[in-house]
Write a protein of this length. Structure first.
Length: 449
């Protein structure tokens, strides 16, 4: 029991900073949207569309950094500091190359990028102005993501949280000053929002780098240590990282496809989905924290060649996940109606949204388990490819086809379309649990490094 208490305490202290970081991000991103919304609808639409480009970029960088983070977690368990620095170097190099590619396109063809999402000349003009400035934040995003993932891999989740908090507060304050023209600055609208974002992300990167090179003895690598990487290691890291990158990209594209399907049902349906997705994301925040903590805890054990202990920890996490999922599902069902009373929407949209939230409350138990298993336990165990392939197959061969069939062939109301797509999550969890109980997800990737 003492060991159990020690384990849950460790898991809690790794999970909570990640949860708090995600809560801060969600709250201040909403504040960011409200501020730009005060300027006008065109400005709000322009920034939203420009951020779709960032969304795609961030998913790819997230895949790279989390893939390297899996290796770093296992290497930390093995106490192999030298190779941790090399894996960090792989992530930084790949991330910076990706940033440069996206930045070149954003600088030289912002109009074409915005016009892919919207044909309104006003939106294209305003969106291009925003994108051509905010694009310079991409390099800082890459650096931050990679160092933050590496810090989490060595059980330090507090510094990324503090850096994120400082960066996002900076963004909020500078948005207020630059967008509306306060403290003697001219009102710059979306250009001001873009400048604020660049400065905030630079601040976030700077905080993490200062900490790493002044306080951390594991990640404070010299340039030679970050760049002198054997081909065998590069090949091994990419073998694990690429499926995670593809998984993130696949997931992002799937979300866009779902949004397009719901949007074609009608404006009311799109509004209902937007509201319910926002609510669902808040309920998933604790799950994302637990999943990221699972990678660290399980990865550390397997990297240290304590596979049996890693398996025991995974079982404890799966039981904890099940309990959390039930609690979250009950809470969502209870607060669904009060939450919707806050929104100024028609009665038809309100009713559809209520039905969707009730369906989400049932599916949430399965969705939470899937997320912790794929993003947490399987990745921490070195089985990222299995989870990524399964996610892609169930999304594109079950979820999306069912959504198309329900929406355009059966012409069902939006809440029943959502209900039909839940088959994807149920299929996924059935296969994942079988994989989990087989113990074939345990792979010590750093044993021969």
């Amino acid at each position: 029991m003492i060991k159990d208490k020690a384990f849950y305490k460790k898991l809690f202290f790794i999970t909570m900073p990640i949860v708090i970081q995600n809560l801060i991000a969600s709250s201040l991103n909403m504040l960011d949207t409200l501020m730009i919304g005060k300027v006008g609808e065109v400005e709000l639409a322009s920034v939203g569309i420009a951020n779709q480009y960032y969304f795609l970029y961030s998913l790819l960088i997230l895949g790279i950094s989390e893939g390297c983070g899996v290796f770093i977690a296992q290497l930390f368990g093995k106490k192999d500091k030298q190779n941790i620095k090399k894996v960090l170097g792989i992530g930084l190099k790949a991330g910076i190359i990706m940033a440069i590619i996206f930045m070149i396109m954003g600088i030289f063809m912002p109009n074409k990028i915005i016009s892919l999402f919207n044909t309104d000349p006003r939106v294209i003009k305003t969106g291009s102005e925003y994108l051509s400035i905010v694009i310079f934040s991409y390099i800082f995003t890459s650096i931050t993501f990679n160092y933050a993932a590496a810090l989490r891999g060595i059980q330090n989740t507090v510094v990324p949280m503090l850096a994120s908090f400082t960066g996002l507060i900076t963004n909020g304050v500078l948005n207020y000053i630059f967008i509306f023209g306060k403290l003697g600055f001219p009102a710059m609208g979306v250009k001001g929002a873009a400048i604020a974002t660049v400065i905030a992300r630079a601040v976030e990167s700077l905080i993490i780098i200062i900490f790493v090179y002044s306080k951390n003895k594991v990640l404070n690598a010299k340039l030679k240590e970050l760049t002198n990487i054997p081909k065998e290691m590069l090949s091994l890291v990419y073998k694990v990282t690429l499926p995670i990158v593809m998984n993130e990209a696949c997931w992002g594209l799937g979300n866009v496809t779902y949004a397009a399907i719901y949007g074609r049902i009608g404006t009311g349906a799109a509004a209902s989905i937007q509201i319910c997705t926002t609510v669902m994301n808040v309920f998933m925040i604790i799950t994302f924290g637990l999943a990221n903590a699972s990678v660290v805890v399980i990865g550390n054990e397997i990297g240290a060649s304590r596979e049996e202990q890693g398996r025991i920890y995974a079982k404890r996490i799966s039981k904890l996940t099940f309990i959390i999922s039930i609690v979250l599902s009950i809470i969502l069902a209870i607060v669904a109606r009060p939450i919707l009373s806050v929104f100024n929407i028609s009665e038809a949209v309100r009713l559809d949204s209520l039905y969707i939230l009730y369906i989400y409350s049932l599916v949430l138990m399965v969705k939470v388990c899937n997320n912790v298993l794929i993003v947490g336990i399987l990745r921490g165990g070195g089985d990222a490819t299995y989870g990524s392939v399964l996610q892609a197959i169930t999304l594109w061969f079950i979820g999306i086809p069912l959504a198309v069939f329900a929406a355009f062939v059966l012409k069902l109301p939006v809440y029943l379309v959502v209900f039909m797509t839940s088959v994807e999550e149920i299929t996924k969890v059935t296969i994942l649990l079988k994989r989990f109980h087989s113990n074939r997800w345990i792979h010590n990737m750093v044993k021969d490094m």
